[in-house]
Design a protein around this ligand. Structure first.
Ligand SMILES: CC(C)(COP(=O)(O)OP(=O)(O)OC[C@H]1O[C@@H](n2cnc3c(N)ncnc32)[C@H](O)[C@@H]1OP(=O)(O)O)[C@@H](O)C(=O)NCCC(=O)NCCS
Length: 190
């Protein structure tokens, strides 16, 4: 059974294969997406143990208020969904909303690696992260998706998301974080 864990060096090999998969998936990766930023900053060294450890340290530090970050970014916590040493996906919760996040980005973002999609992982991952968002003082959480992203829309609605409105291409949902979701995944500390 997959676990939601804090980013850890033990899944390096599988994580790097998953990045290749996402790049080969054919979808445009936007310049400001999380994966594009990770690649820009760490792809030159994350194939080495030391370089990957630096990347993982960066993810942990990103959850702290004083870490160096672009002025339009806010602190965020990231978790990885893993099955043993196999990386399946990632989910992040921003700690606060700035104007752009309130309008479009929301609190929570996620991705499942292409080869692991359509097995319920995103649905389980969003449910499992809600208590962590709650512990960060977020309730309800804003979760957004493109109008055309049927899978993400289903994931959000399965977590109890209430549609507030549609702004541009984005559907904006508020998801309660307080009640323990029925099928919350396990959370492993490493
Ligand atoms: C969106 C995404 C996270 C879904 O991950 P997933 O693990 O495949 O989702 P699930 O398996 O939990 O599926 C959730 C629902 O969507 C449906 N679904 C999944 N992929 C689908 C697709 N390509 N087309 C239509 N429906 C789809 C599933 O059948 C399931 O429906 P159900 O609840 O009625 O059974 C994944 O496709 C992804 O990473 N996409 C790229 C990044 C992204 O869009 N992130 C979200 C940004 S808002």
């Amino acid at each position: 059974m997959p676990d939601l864990i804090e980013p850890h060096v033990r899944v390096r090999e599988s994580f790097l294969t998953a990045v290749e998969e996402s790049l080969a998936d054919g979808r445009m990766i936007s310049e400001d997406s999380m994966i594009a930023r990770w690649i820009r900053q760490y792809a030159d060294r994350w194939h080495t143990e030391a370089g990957f450890a630096e990347f993982v340290d960066h993810l942990h530090a990103d959850a702290t208020p004083d870490a160096a970050r672009p002025s339009h970014h806010v602190p965020q916590s990231t978790w990885w969904l893993v099955d043993g040493d196999d990386y399946l996906g990632r989910i992040s919760s921003r700690h606060v909303l700035n104007d752009w996040l309130l309008e479009y980005g929301g609190h929570i973002g996620y991705e499942v690696r292409p080869s692991a999609r359509r097995r319920g992982h995103a649905t389980a991952m969003l449910r499992a992260v809600l208590p962590h968002a709650h512990a960060l003082g977020i309730d309800p959480a804003l979760v957004t998706c493109d109008e055309t992203n049927v899978a993400s829309r289903k994931v959000i609605e399965a977590a109890g998301g209430e549609l507030e409105d549609v702004r541009g291409v984005k559907r904006r949902y508020w998801v309660p974080t307080g009640a323990m979701p029925r099928k919350a995944g396990r959370m492993a500390r490493t």
